[in-house]
Design a protein. Structure first.
Length: 232
């Protein structure tokens, strides 16, 4: 039987989904509140993991061990690295990579995790395609595309850093949790998809744009996820 783990880093990314849950019960673990119930009839566990890669990885492992989830959806906001992605648009992951993993002095390319077969963690193709379909259904005015998520423990707000993430990793959006959720899902053999609404341009305007657009961006993702879980 399917059970879908839904992870958001911040409360605004999961509050609407939690409000829609039926029969929710809360389990506290590692400083996180896991809301288990049904969403549109689908069994889900909704959780705010907190900001950053360590929080995100811990959250995935708890979902795997304690709740035995069969799928993972990560919902939230991100900065655009792709000129085709404007504020308010949505990116669905094809894969995800740690942009701050750097073992280049030992001969590894940037982003490569030593002793791991994969470092560009591939999202489940079916989940990604279903997510695109759900977006077109519930957010018909929102432009959505598939692309690469690049993650690190830093808020990207400098043009030169943005340009590096594009040139080295060919990233489409930058944020702080997706690659860790992808990494944890990969190690546990759990199909995953990352959904990111664009809240800023990951450049010198990001500090101004992010607070203005984050709430609307998160709402677009919540509508998408609520529809997606019924299609899985």
């Amino acid at each position: 039987m399917k059970k879908i783990g839904i992870i958001g880093a911040m409360e605004l990314e999961v509050e609407e989904l939690k409000s829609r849950l039926d029969g929710a019960k809360v389990t506290k673990k590692a400083g996180m509140d896991f809301y288990e119930g049904t969403l549109g009839g689908a069994p889900v566990v909704v959780v705010r993991c907190g900001i950053g890669k360590v929080n995100a990885a811990l959250c995935v492992q708890i979902l795997a061990d304690l709740f035995q989830v069969t799928h993972v959806i990560n919902t939230g906001v991100a900065g655009s690295l792709n000129a085709k992605l404007d504020i308010g648009d949505i990116l669905i992951s094809k894969d995800a990579v740690h942009h701050d993993m750097d073992v280049t002095p030992l001969g590894y390319a940037p982003g490569i995790v030593p002793q791991l077969e994969e470092s560009y963690f591939k999202a489940d193709k079916r989940l990604a395609e279903l997510a695109l379909e759900s977006c077109r259904k519930v957010n018909p005015d929102v432009h959505a595309l598939m692309g690469r998520v690049v993650s690190g423990d830093q808020f990207i707000a400098k043009k030169e850093v943005k340009e590096r993430l594009i040139s080295i990793f060919h990233g489409d959006c930058a944020e702080m949790e997706g690659a860790s959720i992808a990494h944890g899902s990969y190690l546990n053999g759990i199909p995953f998809v990352i959904i990111r609404a664009i809240s800023d341009k990951a450049d010198d305007s990001a500090e101004m744009d992010y607070p203005t657009f984050e709430k609307a961006a998160a709402a677009h993702c919540a509508r998408l996820v609520a529809d997606l879980v019924t299609a899985i």
